[in-house]
Design a protein around this ligand. Structure first.
Ligand SMILES: NC(=O)c1ccc[n+]([C@@H]2O[C@H](COP(=O)([O-])OP(=O)(O)OC[C@H]3O[C@@H](n4cnc5c(N)ncnc54)[C@H](OP(=O)(O)O)[C@@H]3O)[C@@H](O)[C@H]2O)c1
Length: 325
């Protein structure tokens, strides 16, 4: 564990600065992901990004056990799914049971919307009960999240897919503030304002889809999406250094100050993703060049969370600084 760079959280705890994603994007089975978790721990990963909705925690738990690595050496995150906002304690206990552990290191509210949609549904799917972000409701969920810390069921709590206006309200009202915010972050989607905001408030940014999620499901693709690993700046740096484009994205993420959680089930790939952090860092010139290729290209748009007709996904992300109702 000492070989992996660490981040210090506002609580003083340290968290490995790279983790393994475990979302099989509907096409990688729970068994395959569990096998990758076992292999990844074997090559040195100590941080796992899990979630109940990934539908594989029941396989990941036994896989972790089989590695024989002691619990204290691992950082395990799980997440509360959207239809469980009023069943926080039960949901956390279910993840603990599936993962075969007594306590999580981090429990996140996966999305700030309580809107249910079935796994794998199309982006046009809408829940008849869908609602916008309602802060009072979110705080009722957050109070239960805080209870989980008091009960010793998780060491930390955090958020995911939040915006600055929503986080401002949460920071105003929380007794226990979020220690991390998990957010989409890759060279073509750098979210500089949100990134700066969370860091200024002592919240660690966890970067999901750090490679630009090249194998995401069809439903999460639109014609305007750009491809990070084909960007000439990324391919140019990769060629010059003799590394894969994935390594350039991961080095950039870690050096910028976010914690990337790349997903892979291929031993060669997940090993390379970890190993690249042990080689020479990117130069300042390379870091500046990558800072210059942000295209504001959000890949995970969240359309299924929309709550009324004729809305656009931008309404979910408070683009003009105001929470849409
Ligand atoms: N909080 C949220 O709402 C949220 C949303 C999305 C994702 N996440 C988390 O973030 C994790 C990562 O995001 P992601 O899975 O969307 O995308 P990603 O990590 O950007 O991309 C993963 C894909 O890249 C390929 N890959 C990985 N390393 C590679 C390498 N060295 N060379 C070539 N290809 C490589 C993998 O294929 P192979 O398996 O073939 O290597 C995999 O299909 C998820 O698993 C999940 O844990 C969270």
């Amino acid at each position: 564990m000492s070989q992996i760079p660490q981040r210090r959280l506002c609580t003083g705890a340290t968290m490995p600065a790279i983790g393994l994603g475990t979302f099989g994007s509907d096409h990688i089975s729970a068994d395959e992901v569990a096998e990758a978790v076992k292999g990844a721990i074997g090559v040195g990963y100590r941080h796992l990004d899990c979630a109940s909705v990934y539908n594989n925690e029941h396989k990941i738990g036994p896989a972790i056990r089989e590695t024989g690595v002691v619990r204290d050496e691992l950082w395990i995150t799980s997440k509360l799914w959207n239809d469980q906002h009023s069943r926080v304690i039960e949901s956390c206990r279910k993840s603990l049971e599936d993962l075969r552990i007594e306590r999580l290191d981090m429990y996140l509210v996966h999305w700030p919307f309580p809107n249910f949609h079935p796994p794998g549904c199309s982006v046009d799917s809408r829940s008849p009960d869908a609602r916008p972000y309602i802060h009072e409701e979110f705080m009722r969920t957050w109070r239960e999240m805080e209870k989980l810390v008091d009960m010793g069921l998780t060491r930390h709590i955090g958020t995911s897919n939040m915006t600055i206006p929503k986080l401002k309200l949460l920071l105003r009202d929380a007794r226990i503030k979020p220690a991390v915010n998990e957010m989409e972050l890759h060279p073509h989607f750098q979210q500089p304002e949100l990134f700066d905001f969370v860091r200024a408030n002592g919240i660690e940014p966890i970067g999901y889809s750090p490679l630009g999620s090249p194998n995401r499901p069809e439903r999460d693709r639109t014609p305007d999406d750009t491809v990070d690993v084909e960007d000439p700046v990324i391919t140019g740096i990769a060629e010059r250094l003799g590394v894969h484009t994935a390594a350039v994205c991961i080095k950039w993420a870690a050096q910028r100050g976010q914690t990337p959680i790349p997903f892979s089930v291929k031993p060669r790939n997940y090993t390379a993703n970890l190993e690249c952090l042990k080689s020479e860092p990117l130069s300042d010139t390379d870091m500046r060049a990558i800072a210059g290729i942000d295209k504001g290209c959000r890949l995970i748009k969240g359309q299924v969370f929309l709550w009324k007709d004729h809305q656009s996904w931008e309404d979910l992300w408070d683009m003009d600084g105001v929470i849409k109702t």
